[in-house]
Design a protein. Structure first.
Length: 127
């Protein structure tokens, strides 16, 4: 992400990304920015071009996508690691951002990995 020109918004972004296991509300984000929630919400949207809640969900889903590459972690463990206490809410947010469920995303990652391994092996045999 390119640097954010608004120092108050930048401070909130750093606060959120520092610990994704916690869900940061708009009220808390506004408090970190030392602004009223309504004004902060408008300022955040103007600065980043996206509403706070949508940006926050997207950041958490991006972090979840990286964790889903680890098969040893359950979907609920991934959800908790990115600040969702309820797996249904996590799955809904994930589906909204990615248009597929976390389970489907993981299966897609696994099948891509298997295909890449297969291609690599066939290339190695040709050598």
């Amino acid at each position: 992400m390119p640097p954010v020109q608004d120092p108050r918004v930048a401070k909130v972004l750093a606060h959120i990304t520092r610990d994704l296991t916690r869900r940061v509300t708009l009220v808390e984000a506004a408090r970190v920015a030392c602004l009223e929630p309504l004004y902060f919400s408008k300022r955040f949207h103007k600065t980043l071009g996206t509403p706070f809640a949508l940006w926050s969900a997207h950041v958490r889903v991006e972090a979840a996508k990286k964790l889903l590459a680890t098969p040893a972690l359950s979907i609920s463990a991934v959800a908790a690691a990115v600040g969702y206490q309820d797996i249904t809410t996590f799955e809904r947010a994930f589906r909204k951002c990615e248009s597929i469920s976390p389970s489907q995303y993981r299966r897609r990652l696994v099948s891509q990995s298997v295909e890449e391994d297969s291609k690599r092996r066939s290339e190695d045999k040709k050598r």
